[in-house]
Design a protein around this ligand. Sequence first.
Ligand code: PLP
Length: 394
Amino acid sequence: MRLTHQIHQLGTETAFEVLARAKRLEAQGREVLHVEIGEPDFPTPAHIVEAAGGLPALREMIAQWARGRGLAAGPDNVVVTSGAKPMLFYALLALIEPGDEVLIPDPAFPIYESVVQFASGRPVHYRVDPARPRPVDVSEIAERVSSKTSVVVLNTPHNPTGAVLDRDTLAGIAELVQRHDLAVVSDEIYSQLVFDGEHASIAALPGMADRTVVIDGFSKAYAMAGWRLGYGVLPGSMVRHIERFVINTTSCAPAFVQHAGLAALAGSQECVREMREEYRARGELLTSRLNAVAGVSCVAPQGAFYAFPRFSRFMDAADAATREFADMLLDAYNLACLPGTAFGPAGKGHLRLSFATSRTVLQRAVDVLQATEGAPTQTQARSLAARESRPTVG
Ligand code: PLP
């Protein structure tokens, strides 16, 4: 893995290194006197503690989990972070030199573009189009690789379209990445929310584990977004650098949250199956209702929990029209959804609707979209909203 020059500028806090060494010695049966770390030695007051504990066992459990998906990973390939987002941030900062080109999906989770730009890299878009039999066209990625390209960002299942990359697409990307000696950051946070078939990770393909950072977490599959727990599975040579980011920022994910994460992976996965089935049913309901609205088309999501309907009347309108439409839906109809353009240029004319909410809310959301049918601009939409009989989502 080729890491940035800048990463060597990041120092550490010796207390953490000494603590880690001391813990290893204790694990060998030595008694260690701990005066290295400024951590209160009082127990957390009982009323705060409901389910507490600290645990290196989480990394082993994550590695085991990753092996179950075909990755050759041990605990030394795992870094636990406070959510998937910090891991994404650290991985991109570790891999992008100023001026590097980074291939990112369009549309995409907006954090990719934001962090690439922050790292003084240049985002280069490749298209994800769920309407195609293969949403990502490998030859299109190949055309965009230049001598400056260093990283390819993948996201499967995909936010915001719900597209899922199949093994052939991943194999094509893997071949390309190895031929051009690139790194991959593969955001697989929705890996357990694939509606048909199995999730496939590029890191499980031959030769890819050494050049891929897999990002995953607990927010989506286990409904733990507020707990802030995520992780990376990455080449061993990269781990100590990423650990330095963690030491320089949060020190570690809270111990009791890690404990909860261990319970999530070690326990029955029935809860995930049930939630996935409900997401699937909601996705089907939302898609079929959206497709019944004139001028709206929506490809059924194959995973994650987002629908990305296309409104034909905005396709030839000004770019701002998509955002104006979303703004109007909130201002006039109390419908909060996201304009597709928040996810990149390919989001023009689309809205993103999350179906991580009840079927009732989804039904009412489509009622609103139906009522606003044929409202092409902000001005016209406003006058439509002014009509008396408008439905609202409370
Ligand atoms: N990656 C993608 C594609 C996401 O959609 C999200 C959340 O919306 C995240 C990462 C962030 O996950 P976390 O809550 O674990 O930071």
